[in-house]
Write a protein that binds this ligand. Sequence first.
Ligand SMILES: Nc1ncnc2c1ncn2[C@@H]1O[C@H](COP(=O)(O)OP(=O)(O)OP(=O)(O)O)[C@@H](O)[C@H]1O
Ligand SMILES: [Mg+2]
Length: 439
Amino acid sequence: MLKIFLWLALSLFSGGGLVIYTLQDQYEEHSVAFRILYRDVTVKLSQHETILSLLSVTSDPSVLQQKFPQILAWKPLPHTASTYTLLPAGNGTYWVSAQHFALLIDLKALLAELPQSHYFQHIRLNWQNTPLIELGAADQPTYWQWDKELSSTAQPFELSAGNDPDWARLPWLLLLLSLLFWAGIIYFTSQYRMQKRQRNIAVLREHFSELTRLNAMGEITAGIVHELNQPLTAILGYNQAALRLIDQQQIDKVPPLLDAAVTQIKRISALLQQFRQKLANSQAAFQKVNLGKIWQRVTMLLENEIKRDKVKIINKIPDNFPDFLAEPLWIEQILHNIVTNAIQAQQHKATGDAWVAISAEQSAEGMTIVITDGGPGLSEQALQQVFIPFFTTRPEGLGLGMALTETLVQRLNGNIKAENSAGQGACFTLWFPFNTQEE
Ligand SMILES: Nc1ncnc2c1ncn2[C@@H]1O[C@H](COP(=O)(O)OP(=O)(O)OP(=O)(O)O)[C@@H](O)[C@H]1O
Ligand SMILES: [Mg+2]
């Protein structure tokens, strides 16, 4: 739509310029013709004044009419007149008299002799604001009009002429070419831009796949840094709380904290085990996985953050949701990363307003898991780049969480989609086949 509008605007602009230029050119041409016509009529009329002063009774009427076909008749005046008199005689004729004679002039014959008179669609000679003669269609206004007073003492007429532009002489071919030219320019520019965009995407993809296929060490290091950060922070928190309680002699409250710390330490151990497996290139151990249980474990691992930010956890996983084959730690990592982001996105919300919801649905070939949150949603840029390694909008973020998540999802032959919910908030949709297997 925008392209069509741009094409029309550019074509109109360049075509309009061309038309204006050509019309101006034609106008100049017609103005020159009018000036010639004006000069010729002036010359003809001045001849009448000369004839009147030279005419005598002995002059031969046939010679005069042969030379000046516009003089229809002439007659002697009953008495000498010192000034010129003009008397319209209808149908483009008039009597002009002076001295001893009066001449009957036919303007039609006069104009017919002038080549420029055929040039105009409409010609008129006015005398005292009344038309003496009118050639062409007087009732049809013309596009251009020229008017000028004739400088004749005896016949002070006003000459008017009108013409329309010669539309056929407009540069139609050029106009058509300009339409094609702009269509071509817009087409090639958009093709170029599309290809450039595709190249950029290809570069980004290459960058991404290079990173996801990073040599084992690089990937593992980045993964370790990302995945161990949260449990280590949690352990630190539990231990500090335990120390405080011991100081306060509340020994009985210490064991649950140490239990929680042990769970986190076990998670670290499992993660390290997984990384070690990857280094040794050994196959992942696929087991039956219960989504509801994994969800519970994830919310338990993130207990500190959930409590701190008062995040409401909404679990809509059906009770009878079937178990499936997968590496449980991967599913846990996937959910853990998504929920961590959802909590972080809502950190600045009013207390009690934050929430994260999970729902799951099974279809013939697989299952769909949807995780939504009450945050501000993904920015335009995040929507495009959320899975690209090192893309982050958080000052303390690494930008690895979602990249690792996508890698894990792909290893399970699934796919992940990031979008925003209709109202607001991010919405991550995961799909896995039931017989999940590593690639
Ligand atoms: N639920 C969400 N709501 C809003 N923005 C999100 C959400 N999840 C991800 N994002 C955006 O995607 C970016 C990338 O997320 P990702 O988890 O890959 O990196 P990160 O959280 O910034 O850093 P880290 O490596 O520590 O996870 C985030 O910085 C954020 O801008
Ligand atoms: Mg993250």
